[in-house]
Design a binder for this molecule. Structure first.
Ligand SMILES: NC(=O)c1ccc[n+]([C@@H]2O[C@H](COP(=O)([O-])OP(=O)(O)OC[C@H]3O[C@@H](n4cnc5c(N)ncnc54)[C@H](O)[C@@H]3O)[C@@H](O)[C@H]2O)c1
Length: 313
């Protein structure tokens, strides 16, 4: 069910758009870039070239020059989306922006093109209800950067057609991603609800003086996160009791129940608590340093991706 027409458009060519562009281009798709900000599509193209070369260096992309040549820039949305079978929208994270962009997309794209949004938290129902082509709209939420982190949450509105969801799944699988089905729409889907639970507790633990933010990061990067990169939290607990998950629940659920009765409050993100976290974390780096460190992160993620590919079960 992957369409014969492997032409897609990236609408919004920022951080996330450039990762999708890299990934689709290296998977043989023609990629059409459109962004409302002048100069952004050219910047995106240049970043894709760097990313494709990095992937090729670790054996994760073949023919990076050919992939790069498939990435085209456009000055108008109408021209970018005219003959595509898929749109990946990565515009601003607000309902108003998504409604405006989707209204244009619904009018400008071929009627059978799939319209997928990268939104981190806004459910499909909130920006597609009034569209004539609402059956072809869904959220396909990645993690950043999508060319190095394969997960993609697929979440439709009640009116998204099952065929569109099935075709979207086939497309993302065909480019090497790991789609998961979100069965119920809710703000933040699954990944950002999980991330929210962890971050809100982290804000509380640092704000209330249990631990420094630097040591909290170690608890994840040299602790929980190490095995979470190849087994998830449920498989982790299954292996942490001789009798598997039922045994784990019998041994440890009393603690987790007590713990859940005292959830971190939403105020952990505000006022004095947030100020304490920021103060303890230290200085905020300038944008060039953030960019350099993001590139260094991407290099380590590329190595991890190559490693996982080699040892796939
Ligand atoms: N950054 C992340 O970690 C992350 C992860 C997953 C999903 N997302 C989601 O992806 C989307 C984009 O986030 P980002 O981090 O890439 O932001 P970004 O600011 O880097 O990119 C957004 C781009 O959209 C462009 N834009 C603004 N209005 C537009 C319009 N009307 N038409 C076309 N382009 C327009 C901007 O010029 C900018 O280049 C958001 O919905 C966000 O929630 C972000």
């Amino acid at each position: 069910v992957v369409p014969d027409n492997k032409t897609m458009a990236i609408i919004g060519a920022g951080l996330v758009g450039r990762g999708w562009a890299t990934l689709f281009a290296m998977s043989g798709w023609t990629v059409r870039l459109y962004d409302a900000m002048p100069g952004q599509v050219e910047r995106c193209q240049a970043m894709c070239r760097l990313a494709l070369n990095d992937l090729a260096r670790y054996g994760l992309a073949e023919e990076p020059n050919e992939a790069y040549a498939r990435i085209k820039t456009y000055r108008s949305m109408a021209d970018a989306v005219r003959d595509v079978s898929l749109v990946q929208e990565n515009g601003p994270e607000s309902v108003e922006a998504k409604v405006a962009i989707y209204t244009d997309l619904d009018n400008l794209t071929p009627p059978d093109a799939i319209l997928a949004s990268s939104t981190s938290s806004i459910v499909t129902s909130r920006f597609t209800e009034k569209l004539k082509g609402r059956h072809r709209c869904l959220v396909a939420h990645p993690l950043n950067p999508p060319h190095l982190v394969p997960i993609v949450e697929l979440s439709g509105a009640p009116w998204t057609s099952p065929e569109v969801l099935a075709q979207a799944r086939a497309i993302y699988e065909s480019i090497g991603q790991t789609p998961i089905d979100i069965r119920k729409e809710s703000e933040g889907f699954v990944i950002n609800r999980l991330q929210g639970a962890l971050l809100t507790e982290a804000m509380r633990l640092v704000g209330e003086g249990h631990v420094s933010p630097q040591d909290l990061d170690k608890a994840v990067k040299d602790g929980l996160g190490l095995q979470w990169s190849f087994i998830g939290p449920f498989e982790t607990i299954e292996l942490n009791a001789p009798g598997g998950m039922p045994d784990y629940l019998a041994r440890y659920s009393a603690f987790f129940e007590r713990n859940a009765r005292d959830p971190a409050p939403s105020t952990a993100w505000q006022g004095a608590n947030a100020a304490k976290v920021l103060e303890e974390w230290g200085r905020t780096p300038e944008p060039p340093e953030i960019l350099a460190r993001s590139r260094a992160r991407d290099e380590r993620l590329t190595l991890l991706k190559a490693f996982k590919k080699k040892f796939k079960r």
